[in-house]
Design a protein around this ligand. Structure first.
Ligand code: FAD
Length: 446
């Protein structure tokens, strides 16, 4: 039986980060992967999505270019060329990760892992044991259990589309549904999307949610709130989506962006004494350790904050705990996140409702809406605004939440997030120099 110091199940964001760091500490490491190295983020998540967002942006910039004196021209997107180029790029990155594994002496084994006992895993017909095991198996999209659900696709298949659907119906107004709504509309599809709530992007600040929703509607995307998908039927070569409010939508594709679940079902975790919660999420303590003291779990399969930088941070913390001889846990308070729709949105810290729950009347909200200089030559129909919101607490006005919708929101919040984590006050922002003329300088004069 093969034996390792550290066995990792899943070569996604978490698994790869842990493998490389542990190998640098001198551990004998093996990684088991059932699909492609790079996991969700690289192969069917963040990376292909952002490349598609960039591609879609060219369509939106066309009308703005005209306001700067560029002559109108007819450009057409070669969708299959775009898809081919994206997948070539993803393959090349995945191959470079595989090469790095080999260079660092990490053994990569392809196959689906299952536990046999608390220290042994079976893959293909091979049994592998290890001193420590890390589960980093990520998650998968889930479809609601409605008739005709097999006719619909999930985010996974969105990256394999052979053509842009003439009409796309999207069920689910979380960030994944919203991002696809935005980019597919820019690519020229007629998009209708819906949510059980009257507002999209549940969990984000209410002003951010309203502003993004309004921005999407202004771009011609139809939104149906407070509804549920009840049935999908084939109608010739199109699909009919029946909603709880009696509406029926005819579309070429139906995307179910209705949530994700951890990939834990087939792992036989009970054989290893690892406990899971109702959604199949692995239960871990503050050090990402499971009920079994030798087994750790990180990333989407523990369902704390299902984002790439969080999976990576958790994985590196586990390696520090195990091999750096320094128990390390993660502080999730100021995780930055973004929605790469147009308008773009980003956030760090508490939303207004959370801050009010915690601090009551001691909070202050500072809001600002402005038109970026980029749009100053555009006619009114093509103008965009930027909305920023700062939530502070107490007389000293400590910043506990920052929310932004509009141009460069993700990059700006990324930087402000560092400062917020360090405990800055509004006065610190007021005292800072902006870079003029930029959108970021708005934060220095609220
Ligand atoms: P994963 O990256 O999912 O890796 C898990 C790996 O384990 C997979 O390769 C899988 O094949 C493998 N595996 C599973 N079961 C087994 C088994 N039994 N045996 C062997 N191997 C197994 N996050 C962001 O931060 N920013 C974004 O913009 C963003 N956009 C996203 C867009 C979409 C459409 C999606 C779906 C996700 C997006 N995410 C984004 C989330 C991000 O992709 C995940 O949070 C991140 O990939 C989690 O990393 P992980 O290591 O936990 O799991």
């Amino acid at each position: 039986m093969a034996n390792f110091d550290f066995l990792i199940i899943g070569a996604g964001t978490g698994g790869m980060a842990a493998a490389q760091k542990a190998a640098e500490y001198g551990a004998k490491v093996a990684v088991i992967e059932k699909e492609k190295v790079g996991g969700t983020c690289l192969n069917r998540g963040c990376t292909p999505k952002k490349l598609m967002v960039y591609a879609a942006d060219f369509a939106l910039q066309e009308s703005l270019a005209v306001s700067y004196g560029w002559q109108e021209c007819q450009r057409q997107l070669d969708w299959s060329l775009l898809m081919q180029k994206i997948h070539q790029r993803l393959d090349s990155i995945s191959n470079s990760f595989t090469k790095t594994f080999a260079e660092k002496g990490i053994e990569l084994i392809y196959g689906e892992a299952k536990f046999i006992d608390s220290r042994t895993v079976k893959v293909n017909d091979q049994e592998i044991s290890a001193d420590k095991i890390l589960i980093a198996v990520g998650g998968h999209p889930i479809k609601p259990d409605i008739p005709g659900k097999d006719l619909a696709i999930t985010s996974r298949e969105m990256f394999q589309l052979k053509e842009i659907p003439q009409k796309l119906a999207i069920v689910g107004g979380g960030y994944i549904g919203v991002e696809f709504a935005s980019m597919m509309n820019a690519f020229g599809a007629e998009v209708v999307f819906m949510d059980t709530s009257e507002l999209i992007l549940s969990g984000f600040d209410k002003d951010l949610r309203t502003t993004v929703q309004q921005g999407l509607i202004e771009r011609g995307i139809e939104f149906i709130g407070e509804t549920t998908a009840e049935k999908i039927e084939q109608a010739g070569n199109r699909l009919q989506l029946h909603l709880s409010d009696e509406q029926t939508i005819t579309a070429d594709r139906v995307l179910l962006a209705t949530g994700r679940a951890p990939n834990t079902k087939s792992l036989d975790l009970d054989k290893a004494g690892v406990k899971v919660g109702d959604k199949g999420e692995i239960k871990v303590d503050e050090f990402c350790r499971t009920e079994n003291q030798h087994i750790y779990a990180v990333g989407d399969c523990i369902d704390r904050v299902p984002l790439t930088p969080v999976a990576k941070a958790e994985a590196l913390a586990v390696v520090e705990t195990l091999y750096g001889k320094q128990p390390k846990s993660i502080d999730y308070t100021y995780v930055t996140s973004a929605v790469f729709s147009r308008p773009e949105a980003a956030t760090v810290g508490m939303n207004e409702a959370e801050a009010r729950d915690k601090y009551g009347d001691r909070i202050n909200c500072h809001c600002d809406r402005t038109t970026p200089m980029l749009y100053s030559l555009a006619d009114e129909a093509n103008q965009e605004t930027v909305t920023i919101k700062l939530i502070t607490v107490g007389k000293e006005e400590k910043v506990v939440g920052v929310h932004m919708v509009g141009e460069h929101a993700a990059d700006i919040i990324q930087c402000i997030g560092v400062a917020v984590r360090q405990g800055i006050t509004k006065q610190d922002l007021d005292d800072s120099f902006g870079i003029h003329p930029t959108i970021g300088e708005e934060f220095m004069s609220m």
